[in-house]
Design a protein around this ligand. Structure first.
Ligand code: NAD
Length: 480
C-alpha cells in the first residue's frame, strides 16, 4: 500500500528505484541541500557486515542477503532524525520494508529506462546485472513494487526536492487542479479578485468535480487584513475534511493560508501562486500572515501547504512591475545558489527557485537557522519600504537591498551585475527613518542589524554584524 504522504517534512526521504537509476549520487546531493544525513543502504550493509554486496550474495545467497537488507533497512528507517535514504534496487521486494516506508518515509521513485540503467551498470560486479536479458526482465518485474511504494516519481535533484516539499511545477498545471489538490473533501477557493477575473474560471472548471465555494479577496496587499480574514472564517462552511485553495499572488496565499491555519484549528490548504514572487518564494514554505495597520506580517502562523501548484503559464498576464518584483527574488536566489538562474527561461527559473526555497524550508521549517539566508537584500529592503510607508515596490526595495548586501560583502563585480540586471532607482525616503527601521528589524539584536552577506556567490553567511558606520553608509547609498 502506498503511504500517500504529501511531503517529507519531519520524515525520512527515501529514494527507491532500479539499479543504475542514480539513487546514490542524487541522494547525496539532495541530503546536502536538505541539511540531512545521507544513508546509502548498500554501503551501510557493507559497512556493518564488513563484506561487499557481491560477496554477501555468493556466501549467503540472494535470500540471505535480502534478510540482512530488510533488517538494516528497518533499523535505518527507525532513526529519529529525518534522513535521506537511498535504498538498494531490490529492497522493495520485502513487504516489511514496504510497510516501514509507508509509515516512516516519503518515498520518491527514481525512474530510469532499462537501456540507460544497463549502460551504467554493465561490466560491474552487481550480482543481478550480469546478463542483459535477465536485467531487462527484472526491470519490468520490479515496476509494480516501485509503484506500490511511490509517493512521487522523479529523475533529477530539483524534481526530488520539489516532490519532497509537495511542490508541483508544470506549464498548464492550473487545468489539472482537480487532481493536484489532495483529498476529496469540499473546497473553499480563495481568489484575488483581479486574478479571479483572469484565471478564476479555469480554476473552477478544473476543480469542477469537487464541491467548491468561491471567496474573492481584494487584489494584492489589502487582502492581508483582519477584516478580510474574518470574512473568510465566517464564509467557510467546510469541515475538517475540507480544504482551502488559494489562487493569487503572495498576498492571497498569505491570507488564505492563515485562514486555513486557524479555521477549525487548521485545515489543509493548497497554494496556487499566480505571480513570479508567489511561484519562486511566497507560496512555498508554509509562512502565512496578515498585516496590522503600519506593521507587515505581524500576525501569522507556520502552516505547510498540502500542495503548491505552480503553473508558469499564468505569469503571461502579469504586469511588468510585478514581474520585476519577482525578478529581484530570482536574482537573490541566483546569488544564494551561485548559478545565473535569471538567464534561464521563466518556467525554468520557477522550477530552480521553487526547488531552492523548498529545500531551505524543509531544512528549517520554523525559520530558526538556514532559512535566514532568504533575507539576503531584504534587511535593507524592508527598512526602505518601511521608511517609504510601503509605497516603494517590493522588488525595487529588494534590488536596492541586494546592492547594499553585495557592497558590504565586498563583491563589486556581482554588485555591478545586479545593477545592470535590475537597475533600481534610489529610494526617495528620509535616511533617518530608514536607519531607525533597520535597527527595529525583526532580526536586529540590541539595535544592531544582523545581516545576510555572501563570502562568494553560492556561499551565504547570516547573522553578520558589521560596524555601524559601514552599514549606515551602505544604506545611505541607496537613498536619492
Ligand atoms: P500580490 O499578491 O500582492 O499581487 C500583486 C498584484 O498582482 C495584485 O494586483 C494582483 O491582482 C496581481 N496579480 C497576481 N497574479 C496575477 C496574474 N497572474 N496576472 C495579472 N495580475 C496578477 O503580489 P506578490 O508579490 O506575489 O505578493 C506580495 C506579498 O507576498 C507580500 O505581502 C509579502 O509579504 C508576501 N510574501 C510572503 C512570503 C511567504 O513566505 N509567505 C514570501 C515573500 C512574500
Amino acid at each position: 500500500m502506498a503511504s500517500a504522504h504529501l511531503n517529507a517534512l519531519g520524515r525520512h526521504l527515501a529514494l527507491a528505484g532500479f539499479m543504475g537509476s542514480g539513487k546514490t549520487r542524487l541522494g547525496a546531493e539532495v541530503a546536502n541541500r536538505l541539511g540531512r544525513f545521507f544513508v546509502d543502504l548498500d554501503r551501510e550493509i557493507e559497512a556493518r557486515s564488513g563484506s561487499r554486496i557481491a560477496e554477501l550474495f555468493s556466501t549467503r545467497g540472494e535470500s540471505g542477503f535480502r534478510e540482512l537488507e530488510e533488517q538494516i533497512a528497518d533499523e535505518v528507517l527507525r532513526a529519529r532524525d529525518p534522513l535521506v535514504v537511498a535504498l538498494g534496487g531490490g529492497a522493495v521486494l520485502s513487504e516489511r520494508t514496504r510497510d516501514r516506508l509507508a509509515v516512516a518515509a516519503f518515498t520518491v521513485v527514481i525512474d530510469v529506462d532499462a537501456e540507460i540503467a544497463w549502460s551504467r551498470v554493465a561490466g560491474g560486479d552487481r550480482p543481478l546485472a550480469q546478463d542483459e536479458g535477465a536485467f531487462h526482465a527484472l526491470h519490468r518485474d520490479r515496476q509494480p513494487l516501485y509503484e506500490e511504494v511511490a509517493d512521487a516519481h522523479a529523475r533529477d535533484v530539483d524534481a526530488i526536492v520539489l516532490a519532497a516539499g509537495g511542490v508541483h511545477v508544470e506549464l498548464g498545471a492550473l487545468d489539472e487542479l482537480g487532481v493536484l489538490v489532495p483529498g476529496d473533501g469540499p473546497l473553499e477557493l480563495v481568489a484575488d479578485e483581479h486574478v479571479s477575473g483572469i484565471h478564476g474560471v479555469r480554476a473552477q472548471v478544473a476543480l469542477g468535480t469537487r464541491d467548491i465555494a468561491l471567496h474573492e479577496v481584494p487584489a494584492g496587499e489589502p487582502a492581508k487584513a483582519a477584516d478580510v480574514l474574518e470574512r473568510l472564517w465566517a464564509g467557510f462552511t467546510i469541515g475538517r475534511d475540507g480544504g482551502v485553495v488559494a489562487l493569487g499572488g503572495g498576498s492571497t496565499t498569505d491570507v488564505a493560508g492563515f485562514a486555513a491555519a486557524t479555521y477549525m484549528r487548521g485545515v489543509a490548504w493548497t497554494a496556487v501562486p499566480t505571480t513570479l514572487v508567489g511561484q519562486v518564494d511566497a507560496g512555498i514554505g508554509g509562512k502565512t500572515a496578515i498585516d496590522l495597520p503600519g506593521a507587515k506580517n505581524v500576525v501569522g502562523a507556520f502552516h505547510w501547504p498540502a500542495r503548491v501548484v505552480c503553473d508558469p503559464s499564468l505569469l503571461t498576464t502579469l504586469p511588468d512591475v510585478e514581474r520585476r518584483n519577482g525578478l529581484a527574488e530570482v536574482v537573490k536566489t541566483g546569488l544564494l545558489t551561485g548559478a545565473s538562474l535569471w538567464e534561464r527561461p521563466e518556467p525554468e527559473q520557477v522550477r530552480s527557485c521553487a526547488s531552492f526555497k523548498a529545500a531551505i524550508c524543509l531544512a528549517d521549517p520554523s525559520d530558526r537557522g538556514p532559512r535566514t539566508q532568504l533575507n539576503l537584500g531584504h534587511t535593507f529592503g524592508h527598512a526602505l519600504e518601511a521608511a517609504a510607508g510601503y509605497a516603494l515596490p517590493h522588488g525595487r526595495a529588494v534590488s536596492l537591498g541586494l546592492l547594499a548586501a553585495l557592497r558590504l560583502s565586498g563583491l563589486e563585480d556581482e554588485r555591478r551585475l545586479v545593477e545592470e540586471l535590475l537597475a533600481p532607482e534610489p529610494a526617495r525616503v528620509d535616511p533617518d527613518a530608514a536607519w531607525a527601521a533597520l535597527a527595529r528589524d525583526k532580526k536586529a539584536r540590541g539595535g544592531t542589524p544582523r545581516l545576510v552577506l555572501l563570502d562568494a556567490p553560492g556561499r551565504p553567511r547570516w547573522g553578520v554584524e558589521m560596524p555601524e558606520a559601514d552599514v549606515r553608509r551602505a544604506l545611505d547609498d541607496l537613498i536619492a
